[in-house]
Design a protein around this ligand. Structure first.
Ligand SMILES: [Zn+2]
Ligand SMILES: [Zn+2]
Length: 317
């Protein structure tokens, strides 16, 4: 199974508190690195966890509240100073490009690597990127300012050859591609062998979605079908529901209910309000309606589509 994991770089909401940092996550899909949100200090957090900045291929920014993008200028500048040559694609809401370019202009910085900004749509789901390994869609959330979530889905891989059977029957190499594409093999003696018996099914593709920040409006649930792992903000406990609605945020109880409603396999909660030093009550509340919930803890990797969420596969903290 190829690697598909999420590293939490920041788990705090608006202000850094109790050693927690504003939102940022790194997704590793088969050693391809994608950054989701870039709160203040993200580049230091990446370095702290042994991630080379220039290995990041893509950056996705959910919205323009400072706790989700104030680290971007620093990150883009450092990539420039480190001599990055590879292109970088940044996806974010309207206005992001303008803000960044204004800063480059007034600091007279000419970024030397190809830097491309792409604007996310607030109208509906949008396919942002697609390569041989995955697709990434954005979808609008319900927040005080334009904001999107992101869904990263592995692509269905072709089946692998059943080496033993293929060798036993002496299937010519030139037919391997056909087998993987679902064509049966006819041996020289006229016997037909089903492609299924000559191949091993590829693993079921896995899907991860990121939802921060949003009020529990139900408007984006369709974009959350078939998830192996859902990250959802859970800024408040449910006794603060009024406050959550006023500020377009979600409670831990609501995050658990959403995970249940969309049939997610696992839930990861984060974006904790500065009012909570102890996070156990948030976890407890989400688990009361959705037992397969975990707290997003900075420095921990969380596998997508694995049964081992209780023991993240790698912790570098
Ligand atoms: Zn936020
Ligand atoms: Zn926000």
């Amino acid at each position: 199974m190829t690697r598909f994991e999420v590293l939490i770089l920041g788990s705090s909401s608006a202000t850094p508190m109790y050693g927690r940092h504003p939102t940022a996550q790194l997704v590793n899909i088969d050693e391809q690195l994608h950054l989701i949100d870039c709160g203040e200090g993200t580049q230091m957090r990446l370095t702290r966890f042994g991630i080379k900045l220039n290995k990041i291929k893509t950056v996705f920014i959910s919205h323009l509240h400072g706790d989700h993008y104030l680290g971007l200028m620093g990150l883009l500048s450092s990539m420039h100073l480190m001599g990055r040559k590879k292109e970088l694609n940044v996806y974010g809401p309207p206005g992001l490009r303008e803000i960044m370019e204004l800063q480059f202009y007034h600091s007279q910085t000419a970024i030397r690597y190809p830097l491309h900004f792409h604007t996310t749509s607030m109208e509906g789901e949008q396919l942002l990127m697609e390569n041989e390994r995955l697709t990434v869609h954005s979808f609008p959330l319900d927040h005080r300012i334009p904001c999107t979530g992101f869904r990263l889905a592995e692509k269905q891989k072709l089946p692998r050859l059943n080496a033993e059977e293929v060798a036993r029957l002496g299937v010519p190499k030139s037919f391997y591609k056909m087998l993987k594409a679902g064509y049966d093999y006819m041996a020289p003696d006229g016997s037909v062998h089903a492609w299924q018996s000559l191949t091993v099914p590829a693993p079921v593709p896995r899907t991860y979605a990121f939802c921060s920040d949003t009020v529990d409006s139900g408007n984006y649930l369709e974009s959350l079908a078939g998830l192996d792992l859902l990250y959802h903000e859970a800024t408040f406990l449910d006794d603060m529901r009024e406050r959550a609605i006023e500020t377009f945020h979600t409670t831990a109880l609501q995050a658990g209910q959403i995970a249940g409603r969309v049939g997610a396999k696992k839930l990861l909660i984060g974006h904790y309000s500065a009012r909570y030093r102890d996070l156990a009550p948030l976890l407890h509340e989400a688990r009361s309606v959705f037992p397969a919930t975990e707290l997003a803890i900075e420095g921990q990797w969380y596998p997508v589509g694995s049964d081992t969420i209780d023991k993240p596969s790698k912790s570098e903290d």
